[in-house]
Design a protein. Structure first.
Length: 310
């Protein structure tokens, strides 16, 4: 039962990672598995060779919390492979409710994370502001266009996986900034095994290096790191605001026109400029659902204690 829930949390992380603007790290944090995930990955280092010699492969597998990692990454892969088409369809067909749902999820996650901080100070408020402005600055960057080479796919994977571990920074959005998002998502849909293998190799390289840094920061400077990560989450809210006007377009790998630069609008401005309904009732309902989902996960984790590893 415990590992089934971990698997489902991994699926939730994978679903979030598909969406530019939403971080799988956020889901890992609010479901209580981020610390365990980082610590388990951190144990995959050269000393593991010694563990294999002394305890065998089974002992090494248990040393890195193998069952937990298999469930998490199995859930992530399952979600990405099965939900990529569904999520892209929903974003294209019902963008306002979908983005509103994620907006509510992020807002309540910020509240949830701030509750974990034991003490506030002027310095920590400055760190929080730095996180907000850093994330906001990233979302304001203009996407570049990297060529779809094997090296660039490897680099994109190593950078994106680092972002996926951070609550607030979306790995998919990093891929979007690099100009690789549609190509990688297309490889997932078409099961291009070569591109997927190279991307996965980049992810593994980034995962094994960045997880050590983030895990060390959370151990030594827990509250300060938490406040900075919360600022990152808050700073990305502008990216997932439901009502937008497309300023410029670009052609994706299939030659289709997709948004490049957008600006946020109020619901009333959206209706006036686009002539489309703002769907405010749907947006509010979806936002409330996002808030209730995170609140429910938090309550369930607190009462059951399941999914929070020692």
């Amino acid at each position: 039962m415990k590992y089934l829930l971990v698997y489902l949390k991994g699926m939730a992380m994978g679903a979030a990672d598909v969406v530019p603007g939403v971080s799988g790290g956020t889901i890992a944090f609010i479901t209580g598995i981020l610390d365990t995930l980082l610590e388990s990955i951190r144990r995959i280092n050269p000393t593991l060779i010694k563990v294999v010699k002394e305890q065998g492969l089974k002992g090494a597998f248990m040393h890195i919390n193998g069952p937990f990692l298999v469930c998490v990454f199995g859930g992530i892969l399952t979600s990405i492979l099965t939900l990529a088409k569904l999520i892209t369809y929903l974003l294209a067909t019902y963008p306002i409710p979908v983005w509103s749902f994620f907006f509510g999820l992020i807002v309540i996650s910020v509240v949830h994370m701030l509750k974990q901080v034991k003490r506030f100070s002027v310095l920590r408020l400055m760190i929080f502001a730095a996180g907000v402005f850093f994330a906001w600055g990233i979302t304001m960057l203009n996407p570049i266009s990297m060529e779809m080479t094997y090296l660039n796919v490897f680099i994109g994977g190593s950078i994106a996986i680092c972002a996926m571990l951070l609550p607030g920074i979306s790995g998919s959005f990093i891929l979007l900034l690099l100009g690789l998002y549609t190509s990688v998502l297309g490889a997932v849909k078409s099961l291009d095994l070569v591109i997927l293998a190279i991307f996965a190799s980049g992810c593994v390289a980034g995962l094994l290096t960045f997880s050590h840094l983030l895990s060390a920061l959370l151990r030594k400077y827990h509250d300060a790191t938490l406040i900075f990560l919360t600022g990152l989450m808050l700073g990305t809210l502008g990216k997932i605001w439901p009502w937008k006007e497309v300023l410029t377009w670009r052609s994706n790998s299939k030659g289709e026109q997709v948004p490049l630069l957008e600006q946020n609008l109020s619901p009333m401005q959206f209706e006036q400029l686009t002539g489309q309904p703002a769907h405010i009732a749907w947006a509010v309902g979806a936002l409330v659902c996002g808030i209730l989902l995170v609140w429910g996960l938090e309550q369930f984790a607190e009462r059951s204690g399941i999914g929070r590893e020692d």
